[in-house]
Design a protein around this ligand. Structure first.
Ligand code: KG4
Ligand code: ZN
Length: 398
């Protein structure tokens, strides 16, 4: 039996190279009466497949999402022990399904037998990422959500992926993810969002209100990690590889023979970033050279230091300008140990609280989508399936 004021939200994330599905149960408004539990969670990372392209290849991502979604949904439903249910008879819904899934024939081929074998699970709403991200990839998740919403007759919540990172970062840390509560913190909150596609500073004076105050003018921080890793002959994704080399260099106390790299826009009086010049500076240093292991380590370390200096410097500038009491950090790059360490030590001197998810929740997942979706579902902010579409460049400003 479940408490009748709580909601069960199915989360779906397909904006980049992670296909993820989860189910959460949540109750209460944002604040002290809110709590949530994870009932099921499944994720397939396509990172290894995209490695040979040195980045995410949109059509490959789309194909893999289509292949992964039904198996992941099955796994999530099994984890919450509600299968099997009485069969669903599709009847006339079949024709509408064919129409909704016109562009997803592979996904439809798996979905029809799944729906026919299983009944409607005990779920109140479906939260799906509708942007920002790669549009072909986003569409797969959206069409999947539309199909499930139609057959199960439950509403869809369209979620901004970046809001997902922010909301998850605001939760307490817990190993078991049962009865998790909101962390104790004060607004204004400054969110530093650092991923493969984004580098943004977002200000929230209250929950649910966002103002974009700065962003990258060219490459995102994660993209710079990935490109520099490629220049150094390292694998994809580049962030963890660079971080590993840099840590080794620090551990051995190796002298830095590397020339100092630029700290782009650090001294400029704004909250924007630029990382493409940093990548070009590394290119100049490695072009036509065979680097030794030690040289690679030194460059990885100097590059990581440069990115960390800029991210921390700009965040501090924004804290001062807007009187932020809390900084939340989200996105894949926030898994970086050195950046975490620097943010923690600098913010503690500024009397500003730092909220940062554990590294395994810092990268893309469906939990963040289900959580952000829950708060919209509470306010009955549902999407119209007829007009819901992917928004690759969706901004986070309310
Ligand atoms: O948020 P995310 O999983 O996906 C999106 O881009 O939305 O972020 C992926 C990015 C990649 O560019 C990857 O290189 C970077 O996060 N990343 C890291 C680390 N782990 C992942 N960057 C630096 N250090 C890390 N430890
Ligand atoms: Zn992300």
């Amino acid at each position: 039996m479940r408490y009748n004021l709580c909601m069960r939200i199915l989360g779906i994330e397909t904006s980049c190279d992670e296909t993820a599905v989860c189910l959460i149960e949540a109750e209460g408004n944002f604040g002290s009466d809110f709590s949530w539990s994870l009932l099921g969670n499944a994720l397939i990372s396509q990172a290894a497949m995209h490695a040979e392209f040195g980045g995410v290849f949109p059509n490959l991502a789309k194909r893999e999402h289509a292949k992964n979604l039904v198996p992941l949904l099955k796994e999530v439903l099994h984890q919450m022990d509600i299968l099997p249910l009485p069969r669903t008879v599709l009847g006339t819904q079949r024709t509408v399904l064919d129409e909704v899934m016109q562009r997803e024939p592979e996904l439809l081929a798996q979905l029809i037998p799944f729906l026919e074998q299983h009944g409607k699970p005990d779920i109140d709403a479906i939260a799906v990422t509708y942007g920002p991200g790669l549009e072909p990839a986003l569409w797969v998740g959206i069409n999947f959500a539309k199909a499930l919403s139609l057959v199960w007759d439950i509403p869809i919540v369209a979620v901004n992926h970046m809001e997902g990172h922010i909301v998850l970062s605001m939760m307490e840390h817990s190993d078991i993810l049962k009865n998790v509560r909101v962390s104790e913190f004060e607004f204004p909150v400054l969110a530093l969002l650092i991923s493969g596609g984004h580098t943004e500073l977002v200000l929230s004076k209250t929950f649910d209100e966002y103002r974009l105050i700065g962003q990258t003018r060219d490459d995102a921080a994660g993209e710079a990690f990935d490109k520099v890793a490629r220049l150094l002959g390292l694998g994809y994704p580049g962030g963890p590889e660079i971080s590993r080399l840099a840590a080794e260099s620090r551990l051995h106390g190796l002298p830095l023979h590397t020339p100092t790299l630029p700290r782009p826009m650090l001294r400029e009086d704004n909250f924007d970033f630029s990382f493409s010049g940093l990548k070009t500076a590394v290119l100049r240093l490695v072009e036509g050279k065979e680097l030794s292991g030690e040289e690679k380590m030194g460059l990885a370390r100097e590059f990581e230091d440069a990115v960390a200096d800029v991210l921390v410097g700009k965040t501090m500038r924004a804290i001062e300008e807007y009187g932020a009491n809390t900084v939340v950090v989200g996105g894949g790059v926030s898994a970086n140990t050195e950046i975490r360490r620097r943010l923690a030590s600098t913010l503690s001197t500024a009397n500003c609280q730092l909220l940062i998810p554990p590294p395994e929740l810092a990268t893309d997942n469906a939990i963040m989508i289900a959580l952000a979706g829950y708060f919209h579902a509470l306010k009955k902010e549902y999407a119209d399936p007829a007009t819901l579409s992917a928004k690759g460049n969706l901004e986070l400003t309310t």
